[in-house]
Design a protein around this ligand. Structure first.
Ligand SMILES: Cc1cc2nc3c(=O)[nH]c(=O)nc-3n(C[C@H](O)[C@H](O)[C@H](O)COP(=O)(O)OP(=O)(O)OC[C@H]3O[C@@H](n4cnc5c(N)ncnc54)[C@H](O)[C@@H]3O)c2cc1C
Length: 510
């Protein structure tokens, strides 16, 4: 990998500082998704006495799992939905190596095509085979992809297109956060097919529609996943359900380091607690007290929690304003279909879908995950477990209408899917994804807040380090933990990332 694109430490190891904190450092972490578990783990490893409070009966948040008895009587574990673990998720992967040093629980899902229904007339296209090195990947895209014909390039607005290569965490937001990704895409001048195949699918996978998605955020994502990413577009996924692969091992590790993991514990208010630090009021349980507090809840929950905490609002008006104005993402639906029959053997494990009203992706779980494969193999004939996602649903449409529409769209995409006999469906509609509307960057709260000792972590928290989704949850969590360690006089947890700026961005003067 050329040096220019090599992952770099944005937090370097500090062997000169103590690795462990003193005996009386305490912390409460609210929220047990990736962000909360990551923060709690780093703190517990360094000797902080941590309690992790999670409202749900299980850890995981948007990677949570639950048991379900299917109509045929079989017991299965269902998850919140397919997740791609990309290879530039360096912080997340460093945390995952604590539970599995070789990351053996992840497998390469292989190529994943972007497809549209046959009547649109576009062959499915797989971008994962592009070279991994930035710039070479762009050149190969333009030379190889039928969606980006050389003859059409003269229509492309070069200044706008180069904004991806000029990505800078300060300048890009200053110049592009006021407008939407749709406006940026309109002005780029790519062909309809290029726009549909690459950009629309991409914008939706952040639970946003282009019209409501900041152009700056979109450019940051282009940098993180493509133009600045030396690891390529390949992704890995767990071979067992998330409870088995992630949450049980993380719970054991947290407890081994002395942390307390309390599920079914909903924080209802946060209060400054004088010299002691923070108090967390918990539904039907005694309040918790700690010197340090990490709030790692999702956007709607954080809004509710802050609104129910008048003493916090009085102490930290900046935080309160930022949280109150935070936009939410679009509603999304995940439907797992347990079917008799299977789709064609040549279908990819994961397929991104473009130009459908609701269907954004299809995952063949019986070809990916142990539990689903076992259920499929237990039938008298072929069976399949097909998961459908709609990442940015039309608002005001019910879960059942959306699931029915996704099933119709699947049959239009893959004609053989019309013959599947669905024996059970596990479907959910959620509204807890973060929004990245134009104009919000300046008011988006970061990890550190004007409430001393209270840090935020999660995939919605502002962060200069290139990251998104699960990796942003992990990066903000370790940043929050590092601030606690700094205050306790201990060395920070080292962190690596892809280059912070695009290849053409002006470097700050040394
Ligand atoms: C269908 C789907 C597909 C996705 N695909 C990908 C993908 O391919 N790649 C990728 O990188 N990311 C993907 N994501 C995004 C990823 O899931 C999130 O970015 C990540 O899980 C966010 O983690 P988090 O810890 O910030 O938030 P969450 O997981 O939302 O965790 C917040 C936790 O706080 C808890 N909580 C809320 N209120 C309280 C309270 N009052 N007291 C105590 N606890 C509380 C919640 O129960 C929850 O467990 C996907 C998400 C979904 C939904």
């Amino acid at each position: 990998m050329p040096g220019l694109f090599r992952p770099r430490h944005h937090v370097a190891p500090r062997p000169d500082l103590p690795q462990r904190v003193g005996p009386d450092a305490t912390a409460v972490v609210v929220g047990g998704g990736i962000a909360g578990v990551s923060a709690a783990l780093v703190l517990a490893e360094r000797g902080v006495q941590v309690e992790l409070l999670e409202a749900a009966p299980h850890l995981g948040g948007r990677l949570g799992t639950w048991d379900r008895t299917l109509a045929d009587g079989s017991e299965v574990v269902v998850e919140h939905g397919y997740h791609g673990f990309f290879r530039q998720y360096y912080t997340l992967r460093d945390l995952l190596r604590r539970i599995d040093p070789d990351l053996g629980f992840l497998r390469d899902v292989g190529g994943y095509p972007i497809a549209s229904r046959p009547s649109v007339g576009w062959e499915p296209e797989d971008f994962t085979a592009l070279p991994r090195t930035p710039l070479l990947n762009l050149v190969a895209l333009v030379l190889r992809s039928p969606s980006f014909k050389l003859s059409e390039l003269r229509h492309v607005n070069a200044d706008e297109a180069l904004a991806m290569l000029h990505y800078d965490p300060v300048r890009t937001y200053a110049e592009h956060d006021h407008r939407s990704a749709a406006e940026l895409l309109d002005s780029l001048g790519f062909s309809d097919r290029g726009r549909a195949m690459l950009f629309e699918v991409f914008a939706h996978s952040f639970f946003n529609v282009e019209e409501r998605y900041s152009a700056a955020e979109f450019l940051a994502m282009c940098h993180f996943y493509f133009t600045g990413n030396p690891e390529g577009l390949g992704m890995d996924a767990p071979t067992e359900d998330y409870r088995t692969a992630l949450w049980e091992p993380f719970t054991r590790l947290l407890e081994k380091h002395g942390a307390t993991v309390t599920t079914g514990a909903r924080a209802v208010a946060l209060r400054p607690d004088g010299a002691r630090g923070w108090a967390v009021d918990v539904e039907r349980e005694p309040a918790r007290h700690a010197r340090h507090l990490v709030v790692a809840t999702d956007v709607p929950a954080t809004r509710d929690l802050v609104a129910a905490s008048p003493e916090l609002v009085a102490t930290a008006p900046g935080l309160a304003r930022g949280i109150a104005s935070l936009p939410g993402g679009e509603p999304y639906v995940v439907a797992r279909l347990f079917c008799e029959g299977d789709v064609d053997p040549g279908r990819a494990v994961f397929t991104g879908v473009t130009r459908e009203r609701v269907l954004d992706s299809v995952t063949l779980f019986h070809r990916l995950e142990g539990g689903s494969a076992r259920w499929a193999a237990a039938g008298p004939g072929p069976r399949s477990v097909v998961e459908l996602h709609s990442y940015a649903c039309p608002a005001g449409t019910s879960r059942d209408e959306l699931v029915a529409a996704m099933r119709e769209e699947l049959a239009a995409l893959w004609p053989e899917a019309a013959d599947l006999r669905v024996v059970d469906v596990d479907a959910h509609r959620y509204t807890n994804a973060p929004g990245f509307d134009p104009g919000y960057h300046l008011v988006r709260p970061g990890v550190l807040t004007d409430a001393r000792g209270l840090r935020l972590a999660g995939d919605w928290v502002a962060c200069d380090v290139p990251s998104a989704l699960m990796e942003r949850a992990a990066v903000t969590a370790v940043t929050a933990a590092n601030d606690v360690l700094r205050e306790e006089g201990a060395a920070p947890e080292p962190m690596r990332s892809i280059p912070p700026r695009g290849i053409l961005a002006r470097r700050p003067r040394a």
